[in-house]
Unconditional design. Structure first.
Length: 119
């Protein structure tokens, strides 16, 4: 009889944990979080801003980083000659937040499907 009481008590506890977890998930799913909004600065505008900083470069990559809840950032990679420029641009204002440069090496060419242009 003692074992039966313990099993019932443990089973009841598990039911409450599952029900409580389900309620927490339901509350999280119906929270007042706003859906993602399109950034004020478009990808095309972000590319134009990067080209103003480095005229004559070609775009390697453009992506919108929404990881930080405070600020959305356009990440623009641009290559001119043997130098890669990495920009972080505020997606709301277009302001350049970061501009880093790195020398492009021969191994950087190996990521494309056209091997005829690799060294």
């Amino acid at each position: 009889m003692r074992i039966t009481n313990r099993v019932i008590a443990v089973g009841t506890g598990i039911v409450f944990l599952i029900a409580g977890g389900s309620t927490a998930v339901a509350v999280a799913a119906t929270s007042d979080a706003a859906p993602p909004v399109a950034p004020k600065v478009t990808a095309e505008q972000a590319i134009e801003i990067a080209h103003k900083e480095v005229p004559g470069g070609w775009i390697d990559d453009v992506s919108l980083d929404r990881d930080d809840a405070k600020t959305e950032v356009w990440e623009v990679d641009l290559i001119k000659g043997d130098v890669e420029h990495e920009f972080d641009l505020d997606a709301a204002s277009g302001k350049v937040l970061k501009h880093e440069t790195a020398k492009v090496t021969a191994s950087d060419d190996s990521d494309d499907s056209n091997d005829s242009d690799d060294d």
